[in-house]
Design a protein around this ligand. Structure first.
Ligand code: GDP
Ligand code: MG
Length: 314
């Protein structure tokens, strides 16, 4: 990424003073920990609010938002600097198409990320989704297969459309925890019955709420708040900084990670073992059997007759 393309993070000034103070404080904390660049990869299904969340975080309309299909066909990285700190956010196309993981989109994302370091994976879904299904499982598996299990240690789940009234008279916090439990269960061992080869992720992934709508309620400091009174932008950024400081490593997307283990190389070490097995367990016994057979083989009749005749002559 060329340095001249990185713009000043002016969008931060769009936030109310209370949010700005909190954000600058969090950036200061990161700088104290020698983190001066933060690259956030945003992923999830189509239409869940990935691009809107990118815009909300940057405080500017930097990527296109669409209520209907045909969203961003390829990944886009937005970079902003502020007081020596660089924020990179990578928006990506939705990973599900026609009921399956869009492998082509995933390939494009992987190529785009080549030689970049991912500090945070922001996995976006909607709060107002009422079930998780095999598609969710597939998408999480695809991300795990692409970037390794370790990426989940650097991740958080953002649930958009968070300004909702829960159905069936449920309490907001209960609804939120039931929805996050359902999503987190995708990562747990208990879900193995549905997808046997799914690899378990044994980290606790934080779940945060997001409301991108311009009609989001505000508090007396003019910060956008959710029904539980949480100012969601500072809360999201604070959770991101907590994940950055959780002791896990950022993910460097290099060629090896993208290509995965070469299937031709994978079991190469087994070749001498297989050859030895073939020789001692298969070929040798067969040879032995053949030799025995030859030894024991009864002589043809004419030979026996000749021999008999010969015997009689003596
Ligand atoms: P993407 O496909 O995941 O990038 O989703 P978009 O950001 O393009 O959003 C899809 C649609 O959902 C758009 O019409 C957005 O205005 C809307 N949307 C996104 N996030 C929210 C949210 O938090 N609340 C509400 N009410 N609408 C949202
Ligand atoms: Mg989008």
């Amino acid at each position: 990424m060329a340095a001249q393309m990185i713009r000043e993070w002016s969008g931060i000034q769009q936030f109310p003073a209370a949010t700005q103070t909190k954000l600058l404080e969090l950036l200061g904390k990161l700088k104290q920990e020698n983190v001066s660049t933060l690259t956030i990869l945003v992923m999830g299904k189509g239409g869940v609010g990935k691009s809107s969340t990118v815009n909300s975080l940057v405080g500017e309309r930097v990527v296109a938002v669409s209520a209907f299909q045909s969203e961003t066909p390829r990944p886009a990285m937005v970079s902003r600097t502020r007081a020596g700190f660089t924020l990179n956010i990578i928006d990506t196309p939705g990973l599900i198409e026609g009921g399956y993981v869009n492998d082509q989109a995933l390939e494009i994302i992987k190529r785009f990320l080549l030689n970049k370091t991912i500090d945070i994976l922001l996995y976006v879904d909607r709060l107002d989704g009422y079930r998780v299904d095999n598609l969710d499982r597939q998408i999480i598996k695809a991300i795990t297969d692409s970037f390794g299990k370790a990426i989940w240690q650097r991740s958080l789940i953002a649930l958009t459309h968070a300004q909702l009234s829960p159905p069936d008279g449920l309490n907001y916090d209960d609804f939120f925890s039931r929805r996050s439990d359902a999503i987190l269960k995708l990562f747990s061992v208990h879900d193995l019955d549905v997808c046997l080869d799914f690899r378990v992720v044994d980290v606790e992934i934080p779940v945060v709420l997001v409301e991108n709508s311009g009609r989001c309620r505000t508090n007396e400091s003019e910060e956008k708040v959710l029904p539980n009174e949480i100012a969601w932008i500072p809360n999201l950024v604070e959770t991101i900084t907590n994940v950055v400081s959780n002791g896990s490593k950022s993910i460097l997307v290099d060629k090896k990670l993208i290509d995965g283990p070469n299937p031709n190389e994978r079991f190469k070490f087994l070749i001498p073992v297989i050859l030895a097995f073939q020789y001692f367990i298969v070929i040798k016994p067969i040879q032995r059997t053949i030799k025995n057979d030859i030894r024991k083989e009864s002589k043809p009749l004419w030979e026996q007759r000749d021999m008999g005749l010969a015997n009689r002559q003596f």
